[in-house]
Design a protein around this ligand. Structure first.
Ligand SMILES: *Cc1c(COP(=O)(O)O)cnc(C)c1O
Length: 365
């Protein structure tokens, strides 16, 4: 049996006619920049996230950069985030001229509110919690801490479209939140795409200008800015996927609990919480002899991934930040043990059972 880590062609074939019709209608309209597909996407995405405003942008990394810009974060400022994330969580901070500061994480890979406070300095301007794997951070604790210290909060919700924490959607629990709609995310385009969400009109207006040359109207530019609009064809494709998103998430949650039932005695599995709905963008286990296990599963036709093998603070790009090995002990220990198992919504029970049985076989031998 073969178990793929992702199956994008399979996902396309499930919706082929709908997607082709949406692309065809957009091409026939002759409006290829912004226009109705992007406005429709923004209405639907704002509703999904329980906010007043969503602004479509070119990708998740730009979403973070524009959000930091909208909050006037730049040289002389520090922003605290996690080092076990995709590199954009830190590169976005560095690219606006600010300094990324890393705090260690808890057992569930998310920033540990207890450790965050120690990373706050007089220069700290914002906290950027990352809802890693599609599991929201403890935003009640993080927002309370931010309030106490007068800091802004920017959710990096790139992996968490549709996730809930204490009944609130990812993207609605901070000043401004950033999403990626990259092909590998649960709500995905057929190329790069992203979005910013906020409750605040002035921040939404600012992001809309930042993504579109700083234009106020056609011929007047308020400030130097970017060309980082959500592509209209990608918006049209994304609009075909909203209705299926909840079913996609439910299937991933089903796959996650099926894994848990079968392998939780052998490896550390992500645990569900009563007060949250995790979306399992990733199903990350912690395993002894991780590299050997990965190789063994590969030989059995099962593809897996590591998110991420080298934490951001130990990347060559971070050298000037001055983090030594050992400075984030939990992040670093997890990087040696984590493995992402296939969990996508096209997997059948027999696939999950096969992965579980091969994992058992590995630890029996
Ligand atoms: C995917 C991702 C990003 C970047 O999104 P892109 O659309 O690839 O630019 C940022 N942060 C996290 C946590 C991500 O998973």
């Amino acid at each position: 049996m073969k178990v793929s880590y992702v199956d994008l062609p399979g996902q396309y074939l499930q919706q082929r006619q709908e997607i082709l019709d949406a692309v065809d209608a957009t091409l026939r309209s002759g409006r290829y920049i912004l226009g109705e597909p992007v406005s429709e996407f923004e209405r639907r995405f704002a509703a999904l996230c329980g906010v007043q405003h969503a602004v479509g942008v070119a990708n998740g990394t730009d979403a973070l950069i524009l959000a930091l810009k909208a909050l006037d974060i730049g040289p002389g400022d520090e922003v605290i985030t996690a080092a076990n994330s995709w590199v954009s969580s830190a590169s976005s901070i560095a690219l606006v001229g600010a300094v990324p500061v890393f705090a260690d994480v808890g057992d569930d890979y998310n920033l540990d509110p207890a450790k965050l406070e120690a990373a706050i300095t007089p220069r700290t301007k914002a906290i950027m919690p990352v809802h890693l794997t599609g599991r929201c951070c403890d935003m009640t604790a993080i927002n309370a801490l931010a309030k106490r210290h007068g800091l802004a909060v920017i959710e990096d919700a790139a992996q968490a479209a549709g996730a809930l924490f204490e009944g609130k959607p990812a993207g609605s629990m901070s000043d401004i939140a950033c999403f990626s709609l990259h092909p590998l995310k649960n709500l995905n385009a057929a190329g790069d795409a992203g979005a910013v969400t906020t409750h605040h009109q002035h921040l939404a207006d600012r992001i809309a200008q930042l993504r579109n040359h700083g234009l106020m109207e056609r011929n007047h530019v308020a400030f130097w800015a970017y060309n980082s609009r959500l592509d209209s064809l990608q918006a049209a494709i994304l609009n075909t996927k909203f209705e299926k998103l909840q079913a996609v998430i439910e299937r991933r949650r089903h796959n996650a609990s099926r894994y848990r039932e079968q392998i939780a005695d052998l490896v550390q599995c992500p645990q569900p919480r009563d007060n949250a709905r995790d979306t399992y963008h990733l199903f990350v286990i912690q395993a002894e002899r991780r590299d050997e296990l990965k190789q063994f599963l590969k030989e059995q036709g099962i593809s897996t991934a590591i998110h991420y093998p080298v934490p951001i603070h130990l990347q060559p790009s971070s050298e000037a930040l001055g983090y030594a090995r050992g400075s984030l002990p939990i992040t670093e220990a997890q990087a040696r043990r984590i493995l992402s198992l296939p969990v996508h919504h096209l997997l059948e029970d027999e696939h999950i059972d096969y992965v579980a049985s091969q994992l058992r076989a590995f630890y029996r031998s």
